[in-house]
Design a binder for this molecule. Structure first.
Ligand code: NHR
Ligand code: GAR
Length: 208
């Protein structure tokens, strides 16, 4: 059984979807813990209700980014994870942290990378007049939102969309692709070759 630790900062809807699908579909894995950098994150209560150990490592209680990263890594390593999943985790992680979990650290970003790395993706896509947007699951590298892409989902932009409506539509796509990507990982169906991800069964890595 592979052990998964999920990092969150807020609502935890991606975390919930992954935890529920893992249990319902009998993946060869279990969510060993959920860790938030914000003690008030709604997702911590959701994880507890699902019977998953839920804890906070508050970034505000650490003097530097490196000190926070080290405390976070200690908390994570107590659960000996095979995979660490960023699901709406909102703190940039340093190179030492990323290297420690290299090849077993996934993120979901609410844009079609390499477009719009960083924050406020929906606002920026609307300002750019994009007619299609989406979400990307990628392996995390030290350079923000630049790691090898596992799967992408495309979502339409409609006239009259605002950030809230667009975010909700993209979130629905996220809930389709993130469980799939995590399942592929724990089933050993992903290979990184020359910085690109190949799904070993030849399954489609885009959802339109
Ligand atoms: N860390 C590394 N090294 N590489 C990535 O690809 C990472 C990462 C940490 C988080 C998620 C992310 C995203 O999908 C992620 C990917 C936070 C920020 C940010 O600017 C940017 C990207 C992402 C998460 N955070 C501010 C900071 O100063 C704080 C913002 C806040 O607390 O609301 O860390 O886009
Ligand atoms: C998701 O839309 C995720 O893509 C985004 O935050 C939301 C978290 O929702 N992530 C980022 O913006 C990372 N910078 P959730 O807590 O309900 O899963």
């Amino acid at each position: 059984m592979k052990r998964i630790v999920i990092l969150i900062s807020g609502r935890g809807s991606n975390m919930r979807t992954i935890a529920e699908r893992c249990a319902a579909e009998g993946w060869p894995a279990r969510v060993a813990a959920v860790v938030s950098n914000r003690p008030e994150a709604e997702g911590l209560g959701i994880a507890s209700a699902l019977g998953i150990p839920a804890l906070a490592v508050d970034h505000r209680e650490h003097a530097s980014r490196d000190a926070f990263d080290a405390a976070l890594a200690r908390a994570i390593d107590a659960y000996a994870p095979d995979l660490v999943v960023l699901a709406g985790f909102m703190r940039i992680l340093g190179a030492d942290f990323v290297r420690r979990y290299e090849g077993r650290l996934l993120n979901i970003h609410p844009s079609l990378l390499p477009a719009f790395p960083g924050l406020h993706t929906h606002r920026r896509a609307l300002e750019a007049g994009c007619k299609a947007v989406g979400a990307t699951v990628h392996f995390v590298t030290p350079e923000l939102d630049h790691g090898p892409i596992v799967i992408q989902a495309v979502a339409p932009v409609y006239a009259g969309d605002d950030e809230t409506r667009l975010a909700a539509r993209v979130a629905a796509s996220e809930h389709l692709i993130y469980p799939l990507a995590v399942r592929w990982f724990v089933e050993g169906r992903l290979a990184i070759e020359q910085g690109r991800v190949r799904q070993l069964d030849g399954a489609s890595q885009v959802l339109i």
